[in-house]
Ligand binder design. Structure first.
Ligand code: UDX
Length: 474
């Protein structure tokens, strides 16, 4: 039996929504919706630009299919009514950004619930629509989401439509791969609805090349909501944990945190994943989720010290290069520091909450001139500091250009190309060959042998990392 194409609506075309459109769109009809008309125009024209590997090509294929699938051409920039009327499965992937106080903003989620509700009242036909909320939301949110849809549609969840909460675990830069190969698919909702969605995914994965569904985990709304937060906070805790171990290792001659991480990772109860010591985590999820969960727990009167501490350790980790640089040079005025990497991790152009940006700001505030290289970060990432420190921050087209004439180099992102830098690049290009390898991409032995002053996170060589009492971040 062949695969039956489904009519899938996607509301919120960020990287998760686009990934769903690209992957599900290979075998289904896709109806996209977003408040940003530009992204819809790009989807409609087949000109979406995004840093996710494979995704542009997949979206192009979905776009080109409109020649064969008339429905698709009419609906790639669908209006809400079209989406709610036509799609039998509506995925909601709108953002839940942080507010100033660390709590999450649910404005987009409520707006979508209202829109779906208002349009649902006009939906006719015999198929019962499924609405799958994927945005990261705190326990209790999906229930309210349902209430809003019921209020505006005057229809009943469980009879006229179903809502399932299914958190998304895909990583930026791996969105297509992760979507095709999830470890698990968590489905929260009524037993009938979650079983129906399990069948939907089983059918999809069985019929999709290079894809496997992983384990299904069926539960209720609040557990599914909590699973997403616990998952991300636990991963963040592993990183902060290994970074503290790294800082201790840096004080022990002969120690190397990677050795320790590898060995403890052999214990199946621990696993070797997410034990890469470095400058800590950034990105759109971990800090946001930690703060949201900690705030939520605080409001419930529960002690959340551990969650807050993960965040604090992470922020402190960004100070490491500054402690070293301040130790080497008594004054940063007149010094040029090369910063290699701006994105929060490689293979993305995302600089949200990137440790690199914080390090750049700090260096500038100390009076240094900063030369920067990153292969993908957008120029606008530096817009505010360019205005605040005119002439003091210079973006260059390669790592070698950034190193030229610099007094100290800091590697902030593990872009693969940085691992190919040779001792000579530091020895010959720099004014003085000092490097802080914030992501452990270089070979310290080779560099030290060649005369480079090498500092790396978690290496207990003679360049042990000094800690000071006062934070350079005010
Ligand atoms: C994360 C979660 O992994 C994903 O499941 C969720 O859906 C969204 O948030 P992402 O933000 O894309 O994904 O990045 P991830 O690859 O998890 O890395 C997050 C940060 O942690 C990066 O800054 C990375 O450099 C850092 N990191 C990761 C470490 O410092 N050490 C590690 O061992 C792993």
């Amino acid at each position: 039996m062949g695969y039956d194409s489904k009519r899938i609506g996607i509301i919120g075309m960020g990287y998760v929504g686009l990934a769903l459109a690209g992957v599900y769109g290979q075998s289904n009809y896709i109806y996209c919706l977003d408040i940003n008309p530009h992204i819809l125009t790009d989807i409609q024209n087949g000109t979406v630009k995004c840093a996710e590997p494979e995704l542009e090509e997949l979206l192009k294929i979905v776009h080109d299919k409109k020649k064969h699938i008339v429905q698709l051409s009419q609906t790639m920039s669908a209006k809400p009514r079209e989406v709610v009327e036509r799609a039998d499965y509506i995925f909601v992937t709108v953002g839940t950004p942080s507010l100033e106080n660390g709590e999450i903003s649910l404005g987009h989620v409520w707006a979508v619930a209202e829109t779906i509700g208002k349009e649902l009242q006009y939906r006719t036909g015999w198929k019962t629509p499924y609405i799958i909320l994927k945005s990261t939301v705190l326990p209790g949110t999906t229930r309210k989401f349902v209430n809003i849809i019921e209020k505006y549609s005057k229809k009943k969840e469980g009879e006229d439509f179903f809502v399932v909460y299914s958190p998304e675990f895909l990583r930026e830069g791996r969105a297509v791969f992760d979507l095709k190969n999830p470890n698990k698919i968590v489905l929260g909702g009524r037993p009938y609805a979650v079983k129906h969605m399990q069948a939907f995914f089983e059918d999809f994965y069985k019929n999709t090349k290079d894809a496997t569904s992983g384990t299904f985990f069926l539960t209720n709304y609040v557990n599914a909501e909590m699973i997403k937060y616990a998952n991300n906070c636990f991963l963040a805790s592993k990183i902060s944990f290994i970074n503290q171990i790294a800082n201790i290792c840096a004080k022990i001659p002969g120690a190397d945190v990677n050795n320790i991480a590898m060995a403890i990772g052999l214990d199946h109860r621990i696993s070797p994943q997410f034990l890469r010591a470095g400058l800590g985590f950034g990105g759109s999820c971990f800090t946001k989720d930690l703060e949201a969960l900690a705030n939520y727990g605080d409001k419930m009167g529960v002690s959340t010290d551990f969650l807050w501490e993960i965040d604090t350790v992470n922020l402190e980790q960004r100070e490491l290069p500054l402690h070293i640089i301040n130790n080497v040079f008594s004054d940063l005025k007149g010094k040029t520091i090369a910063v290699l990497g701006l994105t929060f991790k490689p293979n993305t152009d995302d600089v949200r909450d990137s440790p690199a940006l914080q390090i750049v700001r700090l260096l500038l505030s100390y009076g240094a001139t900063v030369t920067v290289y990153d292969p993908k970060a957008p120029d606008k990432a530096l817009a505010d500091v360019v205005v605040k420190y005119p002439g003091k921050i210079i973006r260059l087209p390669s790592a070698k250009y950034a190193l030229k004439g610099a007094d100290f180099a800091v590697i902030c992102t593990e872009w693969e190309e940085f691992s190919r830098l040779e001792a000579d690049d530091f020895m010959l290009l720099m004014e003085s060959p000092y490097v802080f390898d914030g992501r452990r991409v270089l070979d310290p032995e080779k560099l030290i042998k060649a005369g480079v002053h090498y500092y790396g996170v978690g290496y207990g060589n003679s360049n042990a990392i000094p800690r000071t009492e006062t934070s350079p971040f005010n």
